[in-house]
Design a protein around this ligand. Sequence first.
Ligand code: XMP
Length: 327
Amino acid sequence: MPILTRPEAMERITTPALAEKFIAEQIEDIRAQVGENKVLLALSGGVDSSVVAALLIRAIGKQLVCVHVNHGLLRKGEPEQVIRVFKDEMDANLIYVDAVDRFLDKLAGVSDPETKRKIIGGEFIEVFADEARKLQDVKFLAQGTIWPDILESEHGIKAHHNAGGLPEDLKFELVEPVRILFKDEVRVVGKALGLPDNMVYRQPFPGPGLGVRCLGAITRDRLEAVRESDAILREEFANAGLAGKVWQYFTIVPDFKSVGIKDGRRCDEWPVILRAVNTRDAMTATVEPVPFDLLQRITDRITREVKGVNRVLYDLTPKPTGTIEWE
Ligand code: XMP
């Protein structure tokens, strides 16, 4: 069993040299734990699973089998980046599962937010379990569990979200090489492992992905409007130097339309809502005072480039009273 304690005296990993030391130690531990066996990893492309993947590739190469499930609710360019970084550049053993139709068909017509979340979570486990069953002799499951996950599950705040969930017939021993790290340390380690900055320093992204930002019952056209408008917002924030400064920023598309004018004609189309917030712990949040000219540029681009959208709104609500996501 892995040791679930963070040594009291453990130095905080803040420098590349400390990261290298940590990486070398973990490589030894991983090799000692797994021997010649295969290790399975659900690789979402998020910081934690990406760092675990990079670490395991260094330690055991092709003994690691990464499964990337594209559920259709990822941001623009994310599945492509996972393939490019891990398969093309790191030569990983990567299974790419296109489960877009499977997820979107299950979600069709479902508007209740909790039900949507349950479907997304449940379907993810099913798809992953299907892939796991196809593989032979996998004894270990790697996970991007980090120290706050362990603290929160100890204090009953949340179930240890990574462990568990898989059906009874799939029993693995866990490999959790970043379990004693805080998020900022995981990023330093990721950087030392050569992962790109936009993977290592990316903003928080909810597990159910764009599914919580395409309000009501998800349709493919509105989902595309969320994805495209989010990509424009991210690009414009990056150009304006806000990318590493604002804690979280994204777009939402509600399930109602309003009248507008395009090319001299009336049109019934959706609004896009912009949200940009700063916070320490996500329990409360303040709204980023985005410069007005930047908001205007983003509005101009979204209404011109995103199909089916005729208005852009900026959410001025701090948390509380608004949560960060809309759902
Ligand atoms: P709310 O909307 O509750 O969000 O103010 C607080 C933070 O949590 C993120 N969030 C999630 N993260 N899985 C996650 O990993 C989820 O299901 C989930 N739901 C919300 C949200 O993006 C924000 O940063």
